[in-house]
Design a protein around this ligand. Structure first.
Ligand SMILES: Nc1ncnc2c1ncn2[C@@H]1O[C@H](COP(=O)(O)OP(=O)(O)O)[C@@H](O)[C@H]1O
Ligand SMILES: [Mg+2]
Length: 306
């Protein structure tokens, strides 16, 4: 299957914050890039968690992306932040987007059209295998522009009621975007920060998600992301992808004895001893995402839709 341009643009969104959007974007991008496939991360969040914290990219505070949204100014990614991974950073400059959207009636500025055009022209020449867009909480006009541009949507959630109602809100926004002509398809909902042993509870949440998604044609992902607070702290503070953390933890273990003898300073040690379970969750999720994307592409070809 050949892919081109922005046909594999995946938006990760939930209007609720703290549900794993940025962690998932960083981890999945890291998995795809490590497998030798080129990936672009677009950080469309004012907080810039995925670009500055998770991936450790020193960015432009979101100015480039903001100019692209407002004036269709060409997007210039930061290249090779990892082998095969480019990043368009987020940051506070994205705050103006809301007021630009509010005056769109007078100015004629079309955020969605501008983003679509600039992302397309970048991707036409770069040949990314996957484009992952992270989004912030509550920034409705920007979120609508992203929903109008992306091809696929992934909604992460924790299992509490507030996060699940975020899924419901987003499902409504998604349906509105489709009614307005967007080609976006809901790829699935992914459970984040769950206890893998709480099987009855997880089944119950799965059913709730299924109810929320009724009519959208999507299932929850079978893969879920287990709770691992120690690994989460290491990932963010050290700007590592899960695969990189696994490597770091292995060498940390090797030198542990040595450092015990040398009395290492606090802060040098990793919190996590074995982040491999978490990394394998992300690996399973990445595989499932790619399988669903391929299936959707095949269905479009069979249905005769480009
Ligand atoms: N596997 C995990 N288990 C528990 N907490 C996690 C895990 N992964 C990440 N976190 C923490 O969850 C919080 C929210 O994650 P984040 O990806 O920033 O969500 P969002 O982008 O939706 O706001 C962060 O503090 C992060 O460190
Ligand atoms: Mg985030």
């Amino acid at each position: 299957m050949t892919t081109s341009g922005t046909s594999r643009t995946l938006l990760v969104a939930n209007q609720k914050g703290g549900v794993g959007k940025s962690s998932i974007v960083s981890a999945v991008a890291g998995m795809v890039a490590a497998a030798g496939r080129r990936v672009l991360v677009v950080d469309a969040d004012q907080q810039a968690n995925v670009s500055s914290s998770d991936l450790g990219v020193e960015g432009d505070g979101g100015r480039g992306l903001s100019m692209a949204l407002q004036f269709a100014q060409e997007l210039e990614p930061i290249r090779n932040v990892r082998p095969n991974m480019d990043v368009i950073p987020g940051g506070p400059a994205l705050a103006v987007v809301a007021s630009v959207a509010a005056t769109a009636g007078q100015t004629g500025i079309d955020l969605r059209a501008n983003f679509d055009q600039t992302l397309n022209s970048l991707c036409a020449t770069e040949g990314y295998e996957l484009i992952l867009i992270d989004s912030g909480p509550g920034d409705a006009p920007l979120l609508d522009a992203l929903l109008g541009t992306a091809r696929y949507l992934i909604v992460p959630t924790r299992d509490d009621d507030a996060s699940l109602s975020g899924v419901e809100l987003l499902a409504l926004r998604y349906l509105r975007a489709r009614q307005a002509g967007s080609v976006i398809e809901l790829l699935g909902v992914v459970l984040f920060d769950t206890n893998p042993r709480a099987t009855a509870r997880n089944r119950d949440v799965f059913e709730q998600v299924n109810d929320l998604l009724e009519g959208s044609g999507a299932d929850p992902f079978e893969a879920f992301i287990r709770s691992d607070r120690a690994a989460a702290v290491d990932l963010r503070t050290r700007h590592l992808t899960p695969l990189e953390l696994v490597e770091a933890a292995e060498s940390d273990q090797k030198s542990r004895l040595q450092r015990l003898r040398q009395k290492s300073k606090p802060g040098e040690r990793l919190w996590s001893r074995d982040p491999s379970g978490l990394a394998s969750d992300y690996q399973a999720l990445t595989r499932e995402i790619l399988t669903r994307v391929t299936r959707a592409e095949r269905q479009r070809v069979e249905g005769g839709v480009a």
